[in-house]
Design a protein around this ligand. Structure first.
Ligand SMILES: O=C(CO)[C@H](O)[C@H](O)COP(=O)(O)O
Length: 266
C-alpha cells in the first residue's frame, strides 16, 4: 500500500498566507486525497474538524466532471455545511451504508493507528462513517503524531452519553473505571453542557499514560457502561494516517506498521 503513495503537489492555491500549522494540515489533507480519493469513487465520507476543509478543497480541485455524480456523506453539521457550500452533492449514511472512502481528522494517532476523536463532539457519526467505509484515512498536523494516545491531547477520551444518564456514567468512570478527572464538557458561548449533533452530552475522561497504552481495553470498558452512546477511541479502523510536518514533508503511517516520509518538492 505504501508503495503507490504520491507526494504533495506543487502550486497550492491557498497556501501563501497559511501559518505553519495550517499549511501542515493542508499538506496532509491534499496528499491523502491525492492517494485515496480516486475518480471511480462515488460515495465519499467527509469528517469533521479544522483539517477537513482542506480535504474538501482538494476534492473540489479534482474538477466538476469528476465530482458530478458523486455523493458526499457528512459526519455532522460542520461537514454538511462544507459539502453544500462547496457545491458538492449531499447524501446520508442511512441511504448509503457502504462508503468508498472516508477521510477524517483526529485529535491524536498512535503508532498502531489507534486514535482519539471527538474533540469536536462528532465521534458517533465519525465512527459510523469510518466503519461504513471500505477505506478510512486520517489526516492531521504533526502535533497529533504520537507513540501513545494522551501524549499531547490532554482533555481525555471523549464519550457521548444520553443526557439523563450523564451523572451515572460520570460516577461509573470515577469509581468503577478509576478515572477521577472525568468531567462533563461545558459549552463556551452557552450556559450549560455541550450538546452533540445527536442531542447528547459529552464527557471527557483522561486516563493515565500507562492505561492509554492499551486503548482497546479502555474503549471496551467505557462502551460497556449503560448510557454511553459512543467512545472517541477508534481502534483498528484506519488504513493510513497522513501528518503534515513543519518542514513541508508528510509522514504517512500505515496499518501494517510501515512509516513513510514524503519530502516536499525541491
Ligand atoms: O474528531 C474530531 C471531531 O469530533 C476531529 O476530527 C478532531 O477533533 C480533529 O480536529 P482538527 O482537525 O481540528 O484538529
Amino acid at each position: 500500500m505504501g508503495a503507490d503513495a504520491q507526494g504533495p503537489l506543487t502550486s497550492p492555491i491557498t497556501s501563501k498566507n497559511l501559518s505553519v500549522i495550517e499549511r501542515s494540515k493542508q499538506l496532509a489533507a491534499w496528499t491523502a486525497v491525492d492517494n485515496h480519493v480516486k475518480s471511480e469513487h462515488r460515495v465519499i465520507g467527509i469528517g469533521s474538524g479544522s483539517t477537513v476543509p482542506y480535504v474538501v478543497e482538494r476534492i473540489v480541485m479534482q474538477g466538476p466532471e469528476v465530482n458530478e455524480g458523486r455523493l458526499f456523506i457528512p459526519t455532522g453539521f460542520q461537514s454538511k455545511e462544507l459539502i453544500v457550500k462547496s457545491g458538492l452533492s449531499l447524501g446520508d449514511v442511512d441511504q448509503y451504508p457502504t462508503i468508498d472512502v472516508t477521510i477524517d481528522g483526529a485529535d491524536e494517532v498512535d503508532k498502531q493507528l489507534n486514535c482519539i476523536k471527538g474533540g469536536g463532539a462528532c465521534h458517533l457519526r465519525e465512527k459510523v462513517l469510518a466503519e461504513a467505509a471500505k477505506t478510512f484515512v486520517l489526516v492531521a498536523d504533526y502535533r497529533k503524531n504520537v507513540e501513545y494516545l494522551g501524549t499531547n491531547f490532554k482533555p481525555g477520551v471523549p464519550i457521548e452519553v444520553v443526557p439523563f444518564a450523564y451523572a451515572k456514567v460520570l460516577q461509573n468512570l470515577h469509581h468503577a473505571l478509576d478515572c477521577p478527572q472525568a468531567t462533563l464538557r461545558m459549552a463556551v458561548a452557552k450556559a450549560g453542557p455541550v450538546v452533540s449533533d445527536n442531542g447528547n452530552f459529552i464527557i471527557d475522561a483522561p486516563f493515565s499514560m500507562e492505561r492509554m497504552k492499551d486503548p482497546y481495553t479502555i474503549m471496551v470498558q467505557i462502551k460497556m457502561l449503560t448510557g454511553v452512546v459512543e467512545v472517541g477511541v477508534f481502534c483498528h479502523m484506519a488504513v493510513a494516517a497522513y501528518f503534515g510536518n513543519q518542514d513541508g514533508s508528510v509522514t504517512v503511517k500505515y496499518s501494517d506498521g510501515q512509516v513513510k516520509t514524503i519530502n516536499p518538492p525541491q
